[in-house]
Design a protein around this ligand. Structure first.
Ligand SMILES: [Fe+2]
Length: 322
C-alpha cells in the first residue's frame, strides 16, 4: 500500500460507519507513513515528557529523542521549565507546558496550548489533587515495536486476558465495558471498571472513583491513569520506526505516604511495574514480528476495544491535517 492509501484507510475511521478492523499491517512498517508521522504528528504534538517532580532542582533535566530529534527539558535557574533542541542552537526551542505536575513538550514552538484540552480531565480528577502528588517510583525501558502497536494496546484492557492474566487482569477485568469520552482532538478519557473498588485512604474519592480506572490518553503517546490513591503515568516515545522508549512512574499524594518506608515502596512499585511492562513488551514485540510478516492481515476489533478506534481517529486527524 502507498502512504496515501494508508492515510485514506485511516481517514475511514473518522466516518460514522468506521470499520471495526485494526489497521493494515503495513501501517506499522511503512517507512513512508513513518515519515508522514514524523512531520504531521511528532513535529507538532504535545509529548508527555516527564513529571515535574523529576525536574524539581535547578539544572535537573530529561532528554528524549522522539523520531531522532532529541530535545532536553530542564529546570532553569529562574525556576521555569524550558526545553532546548539538542540538534543545535539554530533550531527553535520546543514549547513546554506543565499541567498539574505533568510536563509536556511540543517541538512546534507556536503550538496551541494543551491545557484547554485537559479542562474536563482536570474537573473529573479534581479529587486526586494531582498538583500535590509526588513521584514514588519511575522507569525507562526500550521496546522493539512500532509506537502505534504500544499506544493502541494502551487504549484497551482486553489484552489483559492474554498478556496479564495474573497481574493487571486481577485488578481490571478484561471483559469490563470501557466508556470512551472524546471531546478534544488531543485528549481521550477511557473509563473502565475495576474488579473490586480500590482503597483510597488519603484522597476524598467517590465510590465511583474508587471503582473506576480513569485513564486520560494525550495523543499521540502519553497517558495518566488513576488507581485509587495512586496515579501511573506512561509515555511511549518513538525512537525509530520499530523502537520506542517507554518512560513512566507512579505518583502518590503525600498524605498516603505518611509512615511509609519510601525505599521499600519504590522498590515494590518498580518491581510490579517491571513485571507488567515485561508482559506488555513481550506481547508488543510479538505483534511487531507478526505485522512484519507478509501473511499478516487486518484483524477484527472487539467491541471491548472502543479506545483503539478513538486512537485511530486522533491519528487520522493529525495525518490528514496539512
Ligand atoms: Fe498491558
Amino acid at each position: 500500500m502507498t502512504p496515501t492509501e494508508l492515510v485514506a484507510e485511516l481517514a475511514r475511521y473518522l466516518d460514522a460507519d468506521a470499520p471495526e478492523l485494526s489497521l493494515s499491517p503495513e501501517a506499522f512498517t511503512s517507512p513512508e507513513l513513518w515519515r508522514w508521522e514524523q512531520e504531521r504528528v511528532f513535529a507538532r504534538s504535545w509529548l508527555l515528557a516527564a513529571h515535574a517532580g523529576e525536574l524539581a532542582a535547578p539544572g535537573a533535566s530529561v532528554t528524549l529523542a522522539p523520531v531522532g530529534r532529541p530535545f532536553t527539558v530542564f529546570r532553569a535557574d529562574d525556576g521555569t521549565l524550558r526545553a532546548r533542541s539538542a540538534l543545535g542552537p539554530h533550531r527553535p526551542d520546543p514549547a513546554v507546558e506543565e499541567w498539574r505536575g505533568f510536563v509536556f513538550v511540543n517541538p512546534d514552538p507556536d503550538a496551541e496550548p494543551l491545557a484547554p484540552h485537559l479542562r474536563r480531565t482536570g474537573e473529573e480528577l479534581d479529587a486526586y489533587r494531582l498538583t500535590e502528588m509526588v513521584p514514588v517510583a519511575g522507569w525507562t525501558e526500550e521496546w522493539r515495536c512500532n509506537w502505534k502497536i504500544a499506544v493502541q494496546n494502551a487504549h484497551e484492557n482486553y489484552h489483559a486476558m492474554g498478556l496479564h492474566p495474573t497481574t493487571v487482569a486481577l485488578i481490571t477485568p478484561p471483559g469490563g465495558a470501557m466508556e470512551v469520552r472524546t471531546e478534544s482532538r488531543w485528549v481521550t478519557r477511557l473509563l473502565s471498571p475495576f474488579r473490586e473498588p480500590l482503597p483510597a485512604t488519603a484522597l476524598p474519592l467517590s465510590a465511583e472513583q474508587r471503582a473506576t480506572m480513569y485513564n486520560c490518553a494525550v495523543f499521540p503517546c502519553g497517558s495518566l491513569a488513576a488507581f485509587g490513591d495512586s496515579v501511573i503515568w506512561i509515555t511511549m516515545i518513538p525512537l525509530a520506526i520499530d523502537r520506542i522508549e517507554v518512560r513512566g512512574g507512579v505518583l502518590m499524594h503525600p498524605a498516603a505516604l505518611e509512615g511509609q518506608d519510601r525505599d521499600a515502596l519504590r522498590e515494590q512499585n518498580e518491581e510490579s511495574a517491571a513485571v507488567v511492562n515485561r508482559e506488555d513488551q513481550l506481547g508488543m514485540e510479538a505483534v511487531q514480528r507478526v505485522v512484519g510478516s507478509r501473511f499478516a492481515g487486518r484483524g477484527h476489533l472487539s467491541p471491548k476495544e472502543p479506545g483503539v478506534t478513538a486512537f485511530y481517529r486522533s491519528l487520522a486527524r493529525a495525518l490528514v491535517t496539512p
